[in-house]
Design a binder for this molecule. Structure first.
Ligand code: PLP
Length: 395
């Protein structure tokens, strides 16, 4: 099989989608009938539940009483408000280059300076690189637990930064539910943030939250937030439900739209500091509905990881990246394109890894030290699907 995707491959791929044999990388697991009922009742004021407060109560109980919890409409907004409240004098923020726009966007919106650091073989920031990149201008270090895998240098980084009065923030957007030595992710550093948006462990159209140890930031505040009505949120849920379904027509539409978007965005990062949205009560309902299933979902995702482990084990040309200490929000592997193509042509949608931030737009202007590992591996990384609902049709 050749490396390049040919017209014949595209035709085969189209046939797989149209025959309904396609396993999309992401799939909505929220019951649309229940959501439409809740939407209707909230709108007519027949349901008076404060789901936002319920979600806060759930999260406070989950993280323990020495933590404050604040809801946001996304992970990036969570980071934006953390940075706003920190009122930093030292403007440099260390982030891994192997990451997403959602991480750099709030840093740029706050007019802070990103400094790119390298990753370890788990795709998480390495202590060695962070140590090299810290200077007397460093205000913050952010540690993402990419794919839901524990960043193994977390403790070392926190200890090193504490001595230098540098703030460490855990980015747990892909890692809700992960524990390391029985300690919950997001409670290693004093400040952390989560997302319940697209492709996250709690998979809903939007949402996020901040966890802060009591007393770390006094009077945490949000600037004026934009409120949405229930109709707008419900419309977004309906689009989400279609976009992440098995329906061949919607799958095809998503493939085409995503492709066009990626082409049109290539030279056009839009980091306009827009007014931030508040989390809607209906969105909070959706998050609660999914978050309550997180333990059951963890078991299912581990089952998926086991399945892929066995499947790949026999193929010496594919390297498994996601191993232990993971909730397998992603199951990262590393291979030549020919194997990636084989997954696609067997109907398994894979998700591309990140293009490192220092290679996107004009971001090369930001400081970076040595990104050897990032540069060496990024092009061959992708992820196999692990949505909990896939365990229903494992063969
Ligand atoms: C590691 C990481 N950090 C931050 C974010 C931003 O989260 P959101 O998309 O909810 O703004 C994402 C989302 O893609 C992410 O994967």
């Amino acid at each position: 099989m050749k490396n390049k995707i040919t017209i014949k491959d595209r035709y085969e791929f189209l046939k797989i989608i149209l025959c309904g044999k396609f396993k999309p990388f992401l799939k909505n697991e929220i019951d649309e009938n229940i959501v439409s009922e809740v939407f209707y009742k909230l709108k007519k004021n027949l349901d008076k539940n404060n789901y936002k407060q319920k979600l806060i109560n759930y999260l406070k109980k989950y993280y323990g009483s020495n933590n404050e919890v604040y809801l946001t409409s996304s992970g990036r907004n969570a980071l934006f408000f953390i940075l706003s409240n920190l009122k930093l004098r030292k403007k440099e923020v260390l982030i891994p280059s192997y990451s997403c726009l959602g991480l750099i966007e709030p840093v740029l919106n706050k007019e802070l300076r990103p400094v790119f650091v390298d990753i370890d073989d788990n795709l998480n920031p390495s202590f060695k690189s962070i140590k090299k990149s810290i200077s007397n201008r460093t205000g913050v270090v952010i540690i993402p637990h990419i794919g839901g895998t524990f960043a193994r240098d977390t403790k070392k980084i926190i200890e090193y930064c504490k001595k230098r009065k540098i703030i460490v923030i855990e980015d747990c957007c892909q890692a809700f539910g992960l524990e390391y030595k029985k300690k919950k992710i997001g409670t290693f550093a004093d400040i952390s943030f989560f997302s319940s948006g697209i492709g996250k462990p709690v998979f809903t159209p939007e949402g996020g939250w901040i966890v802060i140890k009591k007393g770390i930031i006094k009077n945490f505040s949000f600037s004026e937030l934009e409120h949405e009505n229930y109709d707008e949120v419900y419309r977004r849920f309906s689009d989400f439900n279609k976009k992440f379904s098995n329906n061949p027509f919607h799958v095809l539409k998503r493939q085409i739209v995503d492709r066009l978007k990626s082409i049109s965005k290539k030279n056009n990062p839009s980091f306009v500091n827009k007014k931030k949205k508040d989390l809607n009560n209906l969105s909070a309902y959706l998050i609660l509905d999914q978050i309550k299933k997180h333990k059951e979902n963890l078991t299912k995702r581990s089952k998926m990881a086991n399945y892929w482990n066995k499947f790949i084990h026999i193929n010496k040309n594919i390297k498994i990246i996601t191993k232990n200490n993971s909730i397998y929000n992603k199951f990262f592997i590393y291979s030549d394109k020919v194997h990636k193509k084989a997954f696609l042509l067997s109907g398994v949608e894979v998700e591309n890894g990140y293009v490192p931030l220092h290679l996107r737009y004009d971001f090369k202007k930001f400081i970076k030290t040595d990104l050897t590992n990032t540069n060496k591996i990024w092009e061959k990384i992708y992820s196999l699907p692990t949505r909990p609902s896939y365990t229903n049709n494992l063969t």
